[in-house]
Design a protein around this ligand. Sequence first.
Ligand SMILES: Nc1ncnc2c1ncn2[C@@H]1O[C@H](COP(=O)(O)OP(=O)(O)OP(=O)(O)O)[C@@H](O)[C@H]1O
Ligand SMILES: [Mg+2]
Length: 480
Amino acid sequence: MTADPRSAPEVTELSIDGLLKLEDLVDRTALTELTKSFYVLFGIPVRIYSNDGALLADASNEHEVCAYVNTLGGGRKACTETVRAVRAADPEDATKELVHPCFTGNVYRIVPLDYDSRRIGRIILGPYAPPALNDVPQTFLDVDKGLDKAKALTLLSKVPRAKPETVTRIGNHLKAALDLILFSGHKALLTSQMHLLSVRESYRELQEKNQKLQEAYDRLKELDRLKSNFLATVSHELRTPLTSIIGYSEMLTEGIAGELSTEQAEFVKTIHEKGEQLLGLIKGLLDLSKLESGTMSMRRRNILIKDVLDEVLSTLSPIARKKGVELRLDVDGVSTELRADPERLRQVFINLVDNALKFTPQGGSVTMRARMVTSSSDGEDDAGFALMAPALSKVEVRVIDTGIGIPAHERMKVFDPFYQVDSSSTREYGGTGLGLSIVKRLVEAHGGSVWVEGNEPRGTAFVVRLPPATLASGRPPAPA
Ligand SMILES: Nc1ncnc2c1ncn2[C@@H]1O[C@H](COP(=O)(O)OP(=O)(O)OP(=O)(O)O)[C@@H](O)[C@H]1O
Ligand SMILES: [Mg+2]
């Protein structure tokens, strides 16, 4: 059933009230075949009408006498009136049949068609000749004074002759056969109604769910917008007093307000460190809200990835050395320029290398490896697209460590704000979980992509791919 539930007639409950029409229940072709077979068997014309008078099946050839009547003076008029009266005649009771005379002496038999105690149509058998018709009746003679009586009698004798009980039997047979057709038609109608109702119900439920989803989505979007605004305002407001705290603690450490005791110096150092940590978090929040709202400013120019990675190496080498982790840079043949904000790219790789160092125990290694790669699209599942899309050259930087690794099922989530794989209170690595969400948005703001893979035999590899300057879209960061 392919009907569009919206355009289907309204069916509010599964009932056949008002729907039981003969024309809906039966197949016209089957009905015509049935009436034809009766006509061929008995020679008596058969017509089936719906309850509102529509002719649904007609198996009849004009009798010669009828053709003759139409040539007579008042013949056509008399014939029309008889036919109209026959069609209007209605046996009030299903068991009764009605015999309607024709002025020619022939008769019609009207058989009511009921289904499920409801009148749904009628069968009209005739005209046929009753056994007693042996002469031209006066009603026929009255039609036209010039009627050729001998001819009329000859033609009347050609009309099939049938006893009343024979016609009753024919009518009953026809009704029984029709009943079968009606029954299967009714079943099919009910089934299709049921189907229509269930489709309509599913459609309605789906619409309701859709509506709810849309509302929930709108609410979430609004909340997200409010959250971003809130973050931006609060972070900004926190930064000012925090700068003072850091500044004053620095001055205290330098002894500007007088010499500090060892214990006082320790306390002030902690205040300074925690202040710096808090400032880092606030900067992260500000960056994230700017990236989400698309208001992060970018100063793009043509740069080489090697210059960015060199800076990252010199910034983080002391930390690596302190931790006993080897930090390497391997840039091989990447002379293609990128169109990027070098400060933001530096931020991306500082974050990635900082993580790699943080999650790699002593004795391990962290490598930044840059290469040119050719790919049709990013990510690992691009086998299907690779055949269709034109291959693109991109700059790929892998930050590979030999650390604790990230389980495969967690790899998609680490880019969510505040998500940390081990978020238990005993977490030993620190951090707030904002780094990678900023990395992802920054990379995407440069028209690139970032994902994480496992490193063999141990550790993690973060992969960043960036388009060369000639292809960089320079699109603004996409709002989350
Ligand atoms: N190289 C890595 N090896 C193992 N786990 C990692 C690595 N990089 C990130 N993760 C996991 O992903 C989480 C999210 O990283 P992200 O940089 O966003 O936050 P963070 O480092 O915990 O805090 P922040 O960067 O804000 O100081 C980390 O807490 C850690 O569980
Ligand atoms: Mg981090």
